[in-house]
Design a protein around this ligand. Sequence first.
Ligand code: COA
Length: 174
Amino acid sequence: MRHHIVIRAAKASDVPRIGELLAPAAAAKLILPRSDDELFQHLQEFLLAEYDGNAVGVVAMHIYGTNLGEVRSLVVDPQYRAHGVGRLLVEACERWAKGLGIVRLFALTYVPEFFQALGYVRVSKESLPHKIWTVCVHCAKFAECDEVAVQKQLSDAPVLPMTMPPIIEAIEGD
Ligand SMILES: CC(C)(COP(=O)(O)OP(=O)(O)OC[C@H]1O[C@@H](n2cnc3c(N)ncnc32)[C@H](O)[C@@H]1OP(=O)(O)O)[C@@H](O)C(=O)NCCC(=O)NCCS
């Protein structure tokens, strides 16, 4: 049977479902917890995966600078795992990052094998810039972080301008 998977930008009305997807993984300490307030404040960072019209996966991409972005808050509903949804979410972040002119993505993770299957390589956490720890200081495990850092160089080629259609296009004058 064929199934339709769509990765799209999150909307404000998705916040309750994003919260539902993230909560079990946060309780299991696989990802950092995100409050609804925080989800609204960072909504532009989130992508949602729909599988046959059901919202089954989420990811966020946080930007640190022209050369660095982070894949975070990645969760696929356990009932829909191993169907390629996680891969598509990360690939969508990569495409999005490239369009924004970001050439390297990293993640801090307990599933480095998943990221390695997508072309990421392990790096030492110390090799990542200091400013990425601003979020980590809120984590209970900060002092003894046992996550693995992985990263992927997206492209050495000149970065193409983003190909999103303009939100408004107007003609002024005669
Ligand atoms: C990690 C997670 C997002 C993967 O989602 P998924 O939809 O099941 O992954 P996919 O089906 O797209 O798998 C893509 C590839 O990764 C591999 N993979 C997936 N999960 C894996 C795991 N836990 N360990 C090793 N490899 C894994 C798959 O075999 C597949 O490889 P292939 O394409 O060569 O066959 C999902 O298991 C999850 O939500 N885990 C709990 C939260 C979590 O740990 N998030 C990561 C935070 S950084």
